[in-house]
Ligand binder design. Structure first.
Ligand code: NDP
Length: 386
């Protein structure tokens, strides 16, 4: 029987389970591209809408795994050689981790994980796994593609509006008992008529473009592969053949590219100097796509009018991380893909992948990132090993 090592974020400080705001969540059966939502066999082991991504939630996996004789270890203790994660890693068959509280599976850790066969991301984005080392070891890396893409796209729209309309500082003035409208509006604009672009037009990038269109902005995108003519026409979106060409004309830039060695730090001082002065930058993809200090400097100099998103490096971010306090930021902890709605789908997808793995069935191609010693499925189109 197998040992499953699951790293999840800590429980709410107010205790588990929390008091839920709503009794149920809408049931989604099909994603916008026609792909079905996860289809595990039998009961889920949880009620959709429950908090599943923290240690006590355990992704709702315990019932299925223990009924089948497997051992499940769930912990949030993931840093340092003496962490629960490092102590159990050498005899774990499966590691499950979420990007929000990533268990970094470095090459060194993979070398110690002698029995590891499956690294499963409960969510989307498997850059916390050294994909090259996993491929060399024949470890399968899988994630729950599309599970929280719409969740993230909604957060991008929220962040764009929050930045352009100067929401957070105005909210703070209200909560502190103030009424100084002039201070609230001296950085507040309408997004209508602005040029809005996305770097990376995959599942989330396209969902963002679709959601921004009704705001009567002018849409732009860059992606290594061009969208179909029909989609370009439907969205009335302009294609750019380079990221530089896009940032040169956009007032709001959204970054939605996966993190792999050659995209790491590509948003650096030189690239930021090509943005329109006073542009807003939104990043819900990965913190390490950006040069941390170059972002803070661009906000201080006014080259960027605002920066917002939910992704940092490392995670959790240290208390003195400059993005917590830099001017005109709309940063939150890594939450956009772990709404209770998103969790229900990625927990169900995690169960589906585990069932396939233990029952010797093929994992859906769209869930695969690395398989058979190389990039596979979604991994083959969206990632590079170097
Ligand atoms: P997809 O795989 O659907 O899309 C990624 C897109 O990025 C693809 O169209 C790909 O191009 C494109 N791309 C790859 N390399 C580059 C590059 N160098 N420059 C520009 N575009 C590039 O993934 P999703 O849209 O579902 O997710 C994107 C990322 O968002 C994830 O990798 C993850 O890091 C992050 N994410 C964050 C979450 C959060 O909670 N904040 C939750 C979910 C995801 P092509 O395939 O055409 O070659």
């Amino acid at each position: 029987m197998a040992k499953i090592l699951c790293v999840l974020y800590p429980d709410p400080v107010t205790g588990y389970p929390p008091k839920y705001a709503r009794k149920s969540i809408p049931e989604i059966q099909v994603y916008p591209n026609g792909q079905t939502t996860p289809t595990p066999v039998g009961e889920f082991g949880f009620t959709p809408g429950e908090l599943l991504g923290c240690v006590s939630g355990g992704l709702g996996l315990r019932t299925y795994l223990e009924a089948n004789g497997h051992e499940l270890i769930v912990t949030s203790d993931k840093e340092g050689a003496d962490s629960v994660f490092d102590r159990h890693l050498p005899d774990a068959d499966v590691v499950i981790s979420q990007p929000f509280w990533p268990a970094y599976l470095t090459a060194e850790r993979i070398a110690k994980a002698e029995k590891l066969k499956l690294a499963l991301t409960a969510g989307i984005g498997s850059d916390h796994v050294d994909l090259k080392a996993a491929a060399e070891r024949g470890i399968t890396v899988a994630e729950v593609t599309f599970s929280n893409s719409i969740s993230v796209s909604e957060h991008v729209v929220l962040t764009a509006l929050a930045l352009v309309r100067n929401f957070a500082p105005s909210h703070t003035i209200a909560t502190l008992g103030g009424w100084n409208i002039a201070d609230c509006v001296s950085r507040s604009y309408d997004i209508e008529g602005m040029e809005f672009g996305t770097l990376g037009a995959g599942r989330i990038g396209v969902a963002v473009l679709k959601r921004m269109k009704p705001f009567d902005v002018k849409l732009h995108y860059y992606d290594p592969h061009r969208l179909s003519g029909d989609v370009e026409k439907e969205l009335n979106v302009k294609y750019h053949s380079s990221p530089e060409s896009l940032v040169n004309v956009c007032d709001v830039v959204n970054v939605q590219t996966p993190l792999y060695p050659s995209t790491q730090g590509f948003i650096n001082e030189e690239f930021l100097s090509k943005f329109k002065r006073g542009a807003y930058l939104i990043n819900t993809a990965r913190g390490a796509l950006c040069d941390r200090d170059a972002i803070a400097r661009a906000l201080e100099s006014g080259q960027l009018a605002g920066y917002g998103g939910d992704v940092w490096f490392p995670q959790p971010a240290p208390v003195d991380h400059p993005w917590r306090t830099m001017p005109n930021n709309a940063m939150v902890p890594h939450i956009s893909g772990t709404s209770l709605s998103g969790q229900a789908r990625y927990a169900a997808g995690t169960l589906e992948i585990l069932q396939c793995f233990f029952e010797g069935k093929s994992i859906r191609k769209e869930y695969l990132i690395v398989d058979g010693g190389n990039l596979a499925g979604t991994g083959a189109s969206s990632y590079k090993l170097d």
